[in-house]
Design a protein around this ligand. Structure first.
Ligand code: BTN
Length: 280
């Protein structure tokens, strides 16, 4: 275990949401929450997912943690953060289950998935959701950090990974866990968090060295390689309800999903729920 991966780790038996706890604490006392500091909870009572959804996990069954990041990159590059965190999670999980590494991947933009063979779940193809990433930028640049990161936006990155849930403990038909997917059910949540943070810390250092340029740092290629969405026929429901359909071809320089429709027109999608229709 790479204990030095996190600059601070607070473990709580219970929290409403680790992201809410960290956001409140880092806003009130930013100097106490340096880059790569984290809160982990054994149980969340009001976990939050993307687009206002809830994130439900039974006590002691999942990794539920949030990490405070102040990446030294231009603000317009921050769209890469959920993808880089997802990449770190995929890599950490693959290392835990090296024989099954190719079953674990990233579903654009923020899902960690496991290949389940075949599923009947519409929009998920062969994959089910092991976990998700929720990145939230704190409202104002943070003057309190004395580690050379003052003035860079603080981002709370929430990481939820299902570990021991089985059957009825999984809240939606497209959810799975390390146990349900026959991966590594004995994984310790804090050890998993540390493994994810170690990889994330290294990726962020490379990314910062390239001024947030994911292509130049090599991270765009690493994310592409882990992204199971590429090559799929997809339907993307965007924030305004507009649906884009076609083949997911690429990730552009800003981490947007490039979808080519049947007439050959390409659209770069910023965010949205992606349905994997079939392998193109
Ligand atoms: C998603 O897939 O919608 C994102 C899920 C993120 C869940 C994690 S669990 C730890 C952190 N605290 C929260 O309330 N949410 C994130």
């Amino acid at each position: 275990m790479d204990a030095a991966a996190l600059t601070r780790l607070v473990r709580l038996p219970q929290a409403d949401s680790t992201s809410t706890v960290l956001r409140t604490a880092a806003t009130a006392a930013p100097e106490e929450w340096p880059h790569l500091s984290a809160v982990v909870a054994d149980h969340q009572t009001a976990g939050r997912g993307r687009t206002g959804r809830s994130w439900q996990t039974p006590a002691g069954a999942a990794l539920t943690a949030s990490v405070l990041l102040r990446p030294r990159v231009p603000a317009e590059r921050l769209s890469w953060l959920p993808l880089l965190t997802g990449l770190a999670a995929v890599e950490a999980l693959r290392e835990l289950a090296p024989q099954q590494a190719d079953r674990i991947g990233l579903k654009w933009p923020n899902d960690v998935v496991a290949d389940a063979g075949t599923t009947d779940v519409e929009g998920w193809g062969r994959h089910l959701k092991l976990g998700g990433i929720l990145a939230e930028v704190l409202p104002a640049p943070d003057p309190g950090d004395r580690s050379g990161r003052a003035g860079y936006p603080a981002v709370v990155v929430g990481i939820g990974i299902n570990i021991r849930q089985q059957g009825a403990e999984l809240p939606v038909p497209w959810a799975t866990s390390l146990r349900a997917a026959d991966l590594t059910p004995d994984t310790d949540p804090v050890a998993l968090l540390t493994a994810v943070a170690a990889r994330l810390g290294r990726h962020l250092a490379r990314w910062e060295d390239a001024s947030g340029d994911a292509s130049r740092s090599g991270l765009r290629e690493a994310v592409r390689a882990a992204c199971v969405t590429l090559g799929h026929q997809v339907r993307v429901a965007g924030p305004a309800g507009i649906v884009t359909g076609g083949v997911a071809e690429d990730l552009d320089a800003d981490g947007r999903l490039v979808v080519r429709d049947e007439r050959g027109r390409r659209t770069a999608v910023v965010a949205g729920d992606v349905g994997h229709v079939r392998k193109a």
